[in-house]
Design a protein around this ligand. Structure first.
Ligand SMILES: NC(=O)c1ccc[n+]([C@@H]2O[C@H](COP(=O)([O-])OP(=O)(O)OC[C@H]3O[C@@H](n4cnc5c(N)ncnc54)[C@H](OP(=O)(O)O)[C@@H]3O)[C@@H](O)[C@H]2O)c1
Length: 282
């Protein structure tokens, strides 16, 4: 019965992983409240997907996040069965040269914004013993040079998810972190363009990092060959939402599982040696 459908709030529904999660939710009979960033995207999603509602959300803006929940209340939505966040940004910049604006934006979109959304979602999840599914990254376990700011925010998400999982235990609200390695989406190709632009426009200190940036680009074919599919990542999100025993962490794809294990087994020195070898930093 339509009135009894389970409700999920899905962030980042326009493409990549979020789009596949959206399709899976609809196929499984969920009522989906999806988000995108622009009116044009909203019109497209309304025309092409059977979402219950498509709302505008910019995770970089706290008022925008709060408005999503005000809009849900205005629609009479007093409970939801899941919050799934697939939205993020992934600029690649060396730590010494990354701007304060960029640092703040990455932390806002990848960490502070999702955590504010979680705070506002929890009261809606209590009545249903609903689920929180946040997409993190293998970069929250192993840090590649150039991805330091993104990794720092994803590491923050690791700690936040552990705290949420333990604090929300009394209400049986389960929290899962889905951790893919590379996925060949707009995010992946966008960050490559970003690195190429930084090489072309480098001035001053940035020039010191051109060899690192070139090494990053040289690694791309290898990264592409071990990428995980959006299908696999989305399946892990669905498992986290629906399984009687969701995992705290899903290392999505073979490469992510192996690297996750590697990081737990070896010392920092070994991890540093590997990064030096890959990026020819000696
Ligand atoms: N791609 C990878 O290699 C990779 C690797 C490891 C982990 N991940 C993680 O996997 C998740 C999904 O990534 P993906 O590769 O599927 O990315 P994607 O295809 O680039 O999709 C990202 C989504 O986030 C939305 N978004 C970006 N900035 C936003 C903002 N300020 N407010 C609200 N929404 C915003 C995008 O909207 P627009 O369409 O408007 O841009 C898009 O819907 C992310 O958490 C990412 O960190 C990705």
């Amino acid at each position: 019965m339509p009135g009894n459908k389970k409700k999920v709030l899905l962030f980042g529904a326009t493409g990549g992983t979020g789009a596949v999660v959206g399709d899976k939710l609809l196929a499984a009979g969920y009522e989906v409240y999806a988000t995108c960033r622009t009116e044009a995207q909203r019109e497209k999603l309304r025309a092409t997907k059977q979402f219950k509602e498509v709302m505008l959300l910019d995770l970089a803006s706290m008022p925008s996040i709060e408005k999503i929940f005000a809009d849900l209340a205005a629609m009479g939505v007093s409970s939801i069965d899941g919050l799934i966040n697939c939205a993020a940004i992934n600029p690649a910049t060396p730590m010494e040269t990354v701007s304060q604006d960029e640092t703040q934006k990455v932390f806002q979109v990848c960490l502070f914004g999702p955590l504010r959304a979680v705070q506002l979602a929890v009261p809606l999840l209590r009545p249903t013993q609903g689920r929180i599914v946040l997409v993190g990254s293998l970069a929250g376990s192993y840090v590649m040079p150039m991805l330091g700011i993104y990794s720092s925010a994803k590491f923050g998400l690791e700690g936040a998810c552990d705290a949420l999982r333990r604090e929300l235990y009394p209400w049986n609200i389960k929290v899962s972190l889905v951790k893919p390695g590379a996925i060949l989406t707009a995010m992946f190709y966008g960050h490559l363009d970003d690195v190429k632009r930084q090489i072309a426009d480098a001035t001053g200190l940035q020039k010191l990092y051109i060899p690192l940036m070139n090494a990053h680009l040289r690694e791309i074919p290898k990264t592409q060959s071990i990428a995980v599919s959006t299908e696999e990542v989305a399946s892990d999100c669905m498992h986290a939402l629906t399984s009687a025993k969701p995992q705290a962490r899903y290392f999505s794809g073979r490469h992510s599982k192996l690297t996750g294990l590697f990081v737990r087994l070896v010392t920092d020195n070994v991890q540093d040696w590997l990064a030096k070898r890959i990026f020819k930093l000696e």
